[in-house]
Design a protein around this ligand. Sequence first.
Ligand code: FAD
Length: 386
Amino acid sequence: MGVRIIVAGGGIGGLTTALALVRAGLDVRVVERAAGFGEIGAGVQLGPNATRVLDSLGLGEALRDTAVEPVATRFLRWADDSVLTEWPLAGQVRARFGAPYYTLYRPDLIAALAAAIPAGTVSFGRQVAAVEDGRTVRFADGATETADVVVGADGIHSAVRTSTLPETAPRFSGMCAYRALLPNDTEPVVRIWLGPGRHLVAYPVGRGARLLNVVCVAPADDWPDESWTAPGDVTRLREHFDGWSPEVRKILDRVTEPVYRWGLHDREPLPRWSTPTTTLVGDACHPMLPFLAQGGAQAIEDAAVLAASLATAGPAEALQRYEARRLDRTARIQRQSWGNNVSYHLPDGPEQARRDEALAGGAIMSLDALSWLFGHDVRVGDRPGV
Ligand SMILES: Cc1cc2nc3c(=O)[nH]c(=O)nc-3n(C[C@H](O)[C@H](O)[C@H](O)COP(=O)(O)OP(=O)(O)OC[C@H]3O[C@@H](n4cnc5c(N)ncnc54)[C@H](O)[C@@H]3O)c2cc1C
């Protein structure tokens, strides 16, 4: 009999892992605690490092139908909409990295992944409580199931991680993200306004670029410890961006109740995240602040590397190899994302002027500066010369 694999969690990481394992001819089941597929209705950016993987899993056409391919990323100054830097995406990214840069409506991405997996692969309403003896999954209702390999794709609060590794505390960034979707009336550009203590991101998503996805990152001194999402207040949201540029005001004037906000947490990079029979993917092992837009993309990369390893080696060796190939890269992205919490939010002054100069010169954010991120091909590692 082949290796039986249980994946806990049916988000971006769990579904991509399941699809990659199915494509590799392996026996996989996904157990998801929710009653159905439930990605929040918001946007996600996927760089060519992730779309290359999804294309190789056969999702190229499904994504082309629903994704937006923005023409540029543009950083703007908070006070007056002046452009700090801009780089081309569509065309340039494909030519240089061999895959597109997409912005997607999250439910479209989940639907494309779910449609590609054989019916019956995912069981809903099954909350994993713990993994016992490395192979036995115990569910919240007391039921148990045994597998040869258990993969935790169950997010930042992972029950699989808690029961297989020493516990580490999540780190709160002090920031929260308000998310909103509006009817879109803008060109296909990813716009990021940087200002003192805050930033705002807006880009179109959905079929025909019909929606504008807006993420407003602001301080959250009042964040209740135990809560990860909380209802937001539009008036408070607008106050956060008082005095910002006309375009920012125009966007925020269109946001209506209800709005929700997410506390932004990560964890210090882990030294390891596998045992001979268990491993983790995505936010379960390397949660990161969304300030490089890479959390979902890294879960997608994890999925491909894990499936390739399990297809070519026994579980213990495969999980070791997978982890070894992923530790340094994901730790680097976690650290850089955490660092952007400072550099994106500098108060006006000499440091901010130096940052803006570096941005304008393409030294810190540009296709050149990010080629280590976008040029990575999980099949071969970093591609020289991109
Ligand atoms: C504001 C914001 C913007 C972002 N923007 C981007 C972006 O542009 N690009 C990008 O790549 N990433 C982005 N991210 C990060 C990205 O959303 C996450 O990294 C990604 O969703 C992680 O996927 P995952 O599958 O690992 O975990 P999750 O999305 O957390 O999925 C975990 C799944 O497991 C299930 N589950 C949890 N516990 C259990 C259990 N005990 N038993 C069974 N099932 C369980 C959950 O219900 C869920 O379905 C952003 C994040 C935020 C907050």
